[in-house]
Write a protein that binds this ligand. Structure first.
Ligand code: G3P
Ligand code: MG
Length: 257
């Protein structure tokens, strides 16, 4: 159980996939755009290249968000680094590269941003990806955390095996279980994985009780993906700890609690 009297070190407002939909998701350009709108917390999706580099990509395949094709995890970083991850979005972002986690860490540390790394494994690579993310986070953020200049990134995943491997590789890093549906074991599962938080699909919350019960169990509660200001207000009034949103252009500025 975590101590809920310890201040939660993450912003309540977290930009989804970098900065939602206004810039190409999971790119440094997206993080820069989010910062222009005043955001200081970011969620991104991270997976492994064929040669062991950690890079940002949401889908298993490259086709939707780059000019590449096929499974992202099948390609070397040398090949991935040459892809255009911006043209699919708009001409403004043509040529925007896929970033490695290392570049995102540098960017966040230099700008005082908090990061929620969603471990998004390619098929059958949950444990490898979870362990690699945890080890990389330890290496990339360790000095800044020990110097009191940054919080650890929050590691999250829908896949318990990825969280378990992250815990085994770097137990001190904070972890969260992502849930798109509830089941009878889900809260106990989060506890067994040593999670400090659960990140729920927001419509699973229909009142303050669910959040209060998790708090009593020592778990913070975050949600994805809320783009409506009234819904955001309601959830924060019910005690929510953090909210992941695409609406970086209006939500945070108009509804900052
Ligand atoms: O981490 C929260 C959210 O990003 C989970 O959904 O599909 O956008 O990665 P998805
Ligand atoms: Mg995600």
């Amino acid at each position: 159980m975590t101590d809920l009297h310890t201040p939660w070190p993450y912003p309540r407002w977290i930009a989804h996939r970098g900065a939602g939909k206004l810039a190409p998701e999971n790119t440094l350009a997206a993080l820069r755009l989010g910062a222009q709108f005043g955001w200081s917390g970011y969620e991104c999706d991270v997976k492994l290249s064929a040669d062991g580099e950690l890079f940002l990509l949401h889908d298993d395949t490259l086709d939707r968000t780059t000019d590449g094709h096929g499974l992202g995890g099948d390609q070397s970083w040398a090949a991935l680094s040459r892809l255009d991850a911006g043209s699919w979005h708009s001409p403004d972002y043509a040529g925007e590269p896929l970033p490695r986690l290392e570049a995102v860490a540098r960017h966040c540390l230099a700008n005082g941003h908090a990061l929620n790394i969603e471990i998004k494994p390619s098929p059958d690579l949950a444990r490898e990806t979870g362990a690699a993310v945890a080890r990389a986070a330890q290496r990339l953020w360790g000095d800044a955390v020990r110097a009191g200049r940054s919080a650890w990134p929050l590691l999250s995943s829908f896949e318990p095996a990825a969280i378990e491997a992250a815990r085994d590789a770097a137990p001190e890093l904070p972890r969260a279980l992502l849930l798109e549906a509830l089941d009878t074991d889900c809260w106990a599962r989060a506890q067994r994985l040593g999670c400090v938080a659960v990140v729920l699909e927001h419509s699973l919350i229909d009142g303050p009780d669910l959040i209060a019960r998790r708090h009593a169990e020592g778990l913070r509660v975050l949600v994805y993906t809320v783009n409506d200001a009234r819904r955001a207000h309601q959830l924060f009034a019910w005690g929510l700890d953090g909210l992941i949103s695409d609406a970086v252009d209006h939500l945070h500025n108009s509804t900052h609690p």
